[in-house]
Design a protein around this ligand. Sequence first.
Ligand code: ADP
Length: 166
Amino acid sequence: MKIGVYAGSFDPITKGHFDVIKKSLRIADKVIVAVINNSNKKCWFSLEERKSMIKMLVDQFGDKVEVKCFNGLLIDFMKENNADIIIRGLRAVSDFEYELGYAFVNHDLSMGEVETIFIPAAREYMYLSSSGVREAASAGARLDIFVDDKLIDIVKKKADSFKIKG
Ligand code: ADP
């Protein structure tokens, strides 16, 4: 059984992320979406909110997709979960350099036991990022092209809560 791990902040999960999860199931028998719990990084959504939004979307895949949180080293998380494939999405050239470095480091740290597989972003999501979604939401733009319909109100509400706080 091939277990893949797709890690990220998912603040919030976008249609681009979801596309990668769906495609990763062609490579791995099971995929763990690992939501990074990093107290240094200020997120819009709490860890629980980010997890629950992902769960709403991946529910359709049953036990083939699991959502967990992690902090620390990705390869330690991989070992704990018997996973040996790191799934990453590749958007424009700008992702490439960072992602390649990350892949080498994880390969070395795991003594060659984990491999990173890159899934190219779909054309329409090539320039889609969580930060872009947050900006669009803050500006009151339409969100249906960026996030699943189920999440639109949740993201809008969050943006509004920041406006109220000022
Ligand atoms: P970060 O940890 O920087 O917040 P993200 O959660 O945005 O990262 O992304 C996690 C992974 O998903 C990365 O491999 C990133 O390249 C990939 N990714 C992000 N947005 C897209 C997209 N629109 N299409 C494909 N892959 C994406």
